[in-house]
Design a protein around this ligand. Structure first.
Ligand code: 2NL
Length: 338
């Protein structure tokens, strides 16, 4: 008989009550008028008289235990808002800070540019940051006495080796090593001998594009860059081509977009012109094609170059270039996480 009391005690202790249904089940099974504890009290008549006192005490202890458990769980379930479960959470505590990093804004913008050109068939090219004079200047039609070759503008390493001043040097290598059709994008780090300020740095980032095939025209250049601008800055953005000069393209054009800040009505960013420059472009000079082993009688192409810092500053309204290299967490944390 005592075994039965022990068995029910174990059951009562093991019973898990997470919701109101379970609480009611507990009451019916154990503490209720027709529950197992009531049955145990009824059984007292079958107990040997000398053991009835001990038996009664045992069942009473069980009754108290079960009733205490019932009361406690009933209280907890009523306290929790949905009555479904008791959550021991203090919602007023400050959250555990996220340890997830953010992507550098230049990385975010570079990858966005790459994704946009990938969709129209451009692949990626890379090349060395330490270049020779041929790939950085001569192949690109820079005359021997061009000011860009000056010590004041270019970091020379040794002899005719230098730190590339643009990623056109990568494009020269592509043309030397591949046959048209060519559609390639070359993002990368470039170097110029300049004093560091809010608007200039001696290390910065560029992305250049190259498109060579039979019958490529200036209309292809315009359409490609129009598509890019719409994707990158939104469908409201207008594009404008301004005649310009580069040694490696003819004709050449500066690329302007309608000011993102004032939508063309005039503000400080666009110096009240309504337009901001994002890069340069042009039809590849036949002399450059010839220098790289491509027949200009058969093929033509266009090229363009953009500064990644400049586009990032326009997109996020960043006023000082130095923020990109200072690694101030208050700045970096504002950009999208991984
Ligand atoms: C700018 C202007 C430009 C190119 C880059 C290029 C490359 C080869 C041949 C011809 Cl291999 N052109 N690249 C063409 C026009 C403009 O960049 O303002 N960049 C930030």
């Amino acid at each position: 008989m005592f075994e039965k009391v022990n068995k029910v005690t174990q059951e009562v202790e093991a019973f898990v009550i997470q919701n109101k249904e379970a609480l009611e089940q507990f009451r019916i099974s154990y503490t209720g008028r027709k529950g197992q504890i009531a049955d145990l009290f009824d059984d007292i008549k079958n107990i040997a008289p000398d053991q009835r006192k001990a038996y009664g005490q045992e069942v009473n202890r069980l009754k108290e235990l079960a009733q205490a458990k019932f009361n406690q769980m009933q209280e907890q379930l009523e306290a929790s808002s949905n009555g479904q479960e008791k959550l021991n959470i203090d919602f007023t505590l400050p959250p555990v800070p996220s340890t997830l990093g953010t992507r550098h804004p230049l990385t975010v913008v570079r990858e966005e540019i790459i994704r946009i050109f990938e969709r129209i068939g451009f692949n990626l090219s890379e090349g060395p940051e330490i270049e020779d004079d041929w790939h950085n200047f001569t192949a690109l039609n820079f005359p021997e006495n061009h000011p860009a070759r000056d010590m004041q503008d270019t970091f020379f390493v040794e002899g005719n080796m230098l730190l590339r001043t643009h990623t056109s040097s990568v494009q020269v290598r592509v043309m030397e090593n591949q046959k048209p059709p060519i559609r390639t994008l070359s993002p990368g780090r470039v170097f110029r001998n300049e004093a560091i300020s809010a608007r200039a740095h001696c290390v910065f980032h560029q992305v250049e594009g190259l498109f060579i095939d039979e019958n490529v025209s200036f209309a292809d250049l315009k359409q490609t860059l129009y598509y890019f601008v719409q994707e990158m800055f939104g469908p409201e953005t207008k594009i404008r081509f301004r005649p310009s000069f580069f040694p490696f393209t003819e004709p050449s054009a500066e690329i302007d977009i309608s000011c993102l800040i004032c939508k063309g009505t005039g503000c400080n960013i666009c110096k009240h012109s309504g337009w901001v420059e994002i890069g340069g472009s042009g039809m590849i000079d036949p002399e450059v094609l010839r220098n790289c082993g491509i027949d200009p009688e058969k093929y033509s192409g266009f090229a363009f170059g953009m500064g990644i810092e400049r586009i990032t500053m326009l997109k996020y309204q960043i006023k000082d270039l130095r923020l990109f290299t200072e690694n101030d967490m208050r700045f970096l944390r504002q950009f999208q996480s991984l």
